[in-house]
Ligand binder design. Structure first.
Ligand SMILES: Cc1cc2nc3c(=O)[nH]c(=O)nc-3n(C[C@H](O)[C@H](O)[C@H](O)COP(=O)(O)OP(=O)(O)OC[C@H]3O[C@@H](n4cnc5c(N)ncnc54)[C@H](O)[C@@H]3O)c2cc1C
Length: 266
């Protein structure tokens, strides 16, 4: 089995929304439901790629225009064909004292995380995006998926897209119970929980990628087949990007046929 990834750009549409629901999935991890602030705002929203994301702006000026704090979030689920139209996202409530590797802060620092933790129901925001989708054709022989809490929404969607027959590894740098985060790991995927290294986010994933051997091709693999056999997704704190790219180079996988991204910077 082989796959290819293709990137499809999309027109970015700003959409006015309002906070409708907040559900605590785990300490320091909330799901927000955003509804359209007027009929049609969310019409046409789509995020077909498993890692598709949008910017959310939570500081608006008196005219309701985006005016301040904004961050990037993965689309978890959405309903836009019927009313009420909504989009769900999951937000990690980090604080800047402990790099999100100690105990969750009672009060997240200012910014989108604080808004996610404490904005009143009805609070306005604007979302813009996705600005493109990464879509997979075919299926990989094996997958190596690695991420921290901020990547859980994308990991969930990748696991769902790859399906029950997926074989490979999931490296999760987290202090949460993955079941509380809604991660369903197929039987063929080996889950490794990597305890975060205090004050060194990304270090646990980096250690797991360094010198990691490439999965062996399947015995019946067609060496002449088009496409790639191993799908790699590594998204976490920025420091994981260089070791993940070094691993791709060792494994002979082109960077554009993998998803490797710094989701945030310490
Ligand atoms: C493609 C993509 C998809 C993403 N999807 C999600 C998602 O679905 N859910 C999600 O929660 N995040 C996601 N992120 C990460 C999120 O955009 C960042 O964590 C963002 O910095 C949070 O914004 P903020 O306003 O809270 O903090 P910022 O104003 O950006 O940063 C302020 C301070 O907080 C620190 N900080 C930021 N994020 C973290 C963190 N996670 N842990 C510890 N300290 C942090 C920064 O180092 C900085 O010192 C995604 C990022 C990308 C690029």
């Amino acid at each position: 089995m082989t796959f290819t990834l293709a990137r499809h750009p999309a027109v970015v549409v700003p959409r006015r929304v309002a906070l409708a629901e907040r559900t605590v999935l785990a300490p320091g991890f909330v799901r927000l439901r955003l509804v359209e602030s007027s009929p049609g705002e969310l019409a046409g929203f789509d995020a077909p790629g498993s890692g598709d994301h949008f910017r959310m702006v939570v500081a608006l000026d008196a005219q309701g225009q985006p005016a301040g704090a904004s961050s990037t979030y993965t689309a978890v689920a959405w309903q836009v064909e019927a009313e009420p139209r909504w989009v769900d996202l999951d937000v990690v409530l980090h604080d800047d004292q402990d790099d999100a590797v100690g105990e969750p802060a009672a009060e997240p620092r200012a910014g989108v995380a604080r808004w996610a933790a404490s904005a009143p129901i009805g609070a306005p925001a604007v979302i813009a995006g996705p600005k493109g989708s990464v879509l997979m054709t075919g299926r990989p022989e094996r997958a190596l998926l690695a991420g921290d809490d901020t990547a859980v929404p994308a990991l969930r969607r990748y696991l769902g897209m790859l399906g029950a027959g997926t074989r490979g590894d999931l490296l999760l740098e987290t202090r949460h119970d993955p079941r509380a985060l809604g991660l369903e790991v197929p039987a063929g995927v080996e889950l490794s929980i990597l305890p975060p290294v205090p004050h060194d986010p990304g270090a646990a994933i980096t250690a797991a990628l360094t010198d990691r051997p490439r999965p062996l091709p399947a015995p019946d693999a067609d060496a002449g087949a088009d496409g790639h056999d191993v799908f790699v997704f590594v998204c976490a704190e920025q420091s994981v990007v260089a070791p993940a790219r070094a691993m791709l180079a060792r494994w002979g996988i082109p960077v554009e046929q993998a998803v490797v991204k710094g989701y945030w910077k310490r």
